[in-house]
Design a protein around this ligand. Structure first.
Ligand code: ADP
Ligand code: MG
Length: 333
């Protein structure tokens, strides 16, 4: 019997292995504006699964408080105020890694779109249509080049007030990286975490691979399944989060070159790799780049695998996972 675990609104659902059913300890929590499900299948050590999940939930809440642009007391808000900000080493190096990923993707992933996403109003209740001319002024600036890092004092500063940080495309991936360290240290040897559609797996499911269901459109139905070991999986699509002005929907993935929602041939992209931050950042970057540029990127930097569902109904799969992916259509035949 297969067991289906899904977070509300998730783009990727997780199905556990198929032989004997093994009931996990499951904890639901909420952070990063999304539902989170932690499922622990096996652990050893001195802590109960309940205690481990209490710690995990507090850790996620704390990371959300640190990384949110919408919380005035957050580290990111402090940096966005323009102050020279001294920060914890882990956050400092995470931000440096983000800037490396901005550079690697030539700005398709850009953590300095804060002003732009604020103007669009994603996630806000009271919406005000942005000034399109002003948005165009913000386009193509690659402001990640204008962050000043000081490795000696672990402090940083934005060089001008014309931009601000937004970690919306990276924070969940980083949180999964941190959670992995915490869970493994706490003795967890088999677990899955679904953070609003971003998935992390630890160990194996009963000695077998995990089966992850990949969705391709707003119906959230299964387009195919992926058989994976210990890994991270992130999905970006243009249909789950959007704002609407004058009857037109504007989704939340911005093309930094235009400051408008990205208009590539990607409908939904799922990225699989051994690091949460990289999976999250690349899923956003690949959505912006489109399928051809993504293919060329992975040829040059083979750091991840991906499945792209294009707007014209094609499925593009990187060679590293071609044998692990089974299309739902093929399975039905
Ligand atoms: P989700 O948050 O639904 O998992 P993503 O990981 O793709 O989706 O992140 C999208 C969020 O990241 C947006 O809501 C916005 O805050 C921010 N963002 C939008 N476009 C970009 C971009 N090109 N680069 C970096 N961050 C972006
Ligand atoms: Mg992302």
């Amino acid at each position: 019997m297969k067991k289906l675990i899904c977070a509300l609104g998730a783009a990727v659902l997780l199905i556990t292995g198929c032989s004997q059913t093994k009931e996990p300890y499951v904890r639901h929590t909420f952070a990063f504006d999304t539902y989170i499900t932690i499922s622990i299948y096996e652990h050893d050590g001195e802590y109960t699964t309940g205690e481990i999940c209490d710690g995990a939930a507090s850790m996620l809440a704390e990371l959300d408080d640190t990384l949110s642009v919408k919380k005035e007391q957050s580290v990111i808000s402090k940096i966005n105020s323009g102050e020279q900000s001294q920060i914890d080493a882990s956050i400092y190096y995470m931000l440096k890694n983000c800037v490396d990923l901005c550079e690697l993707t030539d700005g398709a992933f850009d953590i300095t779109l804060g002003n732009i996403s604020e103007m669009w109003g994603f996630g806000e209740e009271a919406l005000q249509k942005p000034d399109f001319d002003k948005l165009k002024d913000y386009a193509g600036k690659q402001n990640y080049k204008n962050i000043e890092f000081d490795d000696g004092s672990l402090s940083m500063k934005l060089k001008s007030g014309d931009f601000s940080l937004d970690l919306g495309a990276a924070a969940k991936g980083y949180a999964l990286d941190m959670l992995n360290g915490y869970l493994v240290n706490a003795g967890v040897t088999s677990a899955s975490v679904d953070l609003g559609g971003s998935i992390m797996t630890i160990g194996s499911y009963n000695g077998e691979n995990w089966t992850v269901s990949v969705t391709s459109d707003e119906t959230n139905s299964t387009a195919g399944t992926l058989s994976v070991g210990e890994t991270y999986i992130a999905t970006s699509n243009g249909f789950n989060r959007f704002v609407e002005y004058d009857g037109v929907k504007y989704h939340h993935i911005i093309d930094p070159d235009t400051a408008f929602p990205a208009q590539s041939d990607v409908k939904s992209v799922t990225v699989i790799t051994a690091n949460g931050l990289i999976a999250d950042a690349l899923s956003t970057a690949f959505y912006v780049m489109g399928s051809e540029k993504t293919e060329a990127f992975i040829k040059e930097y083979p750091i991840a695998d991906y499945i792209i569902f294009t707007t014209d109904g094609q499925t593009v799969i990187s060679s590293g996972i071609a044998d692990s992916y089974e299309s739902a259509q093929t399975a039905d035949e």
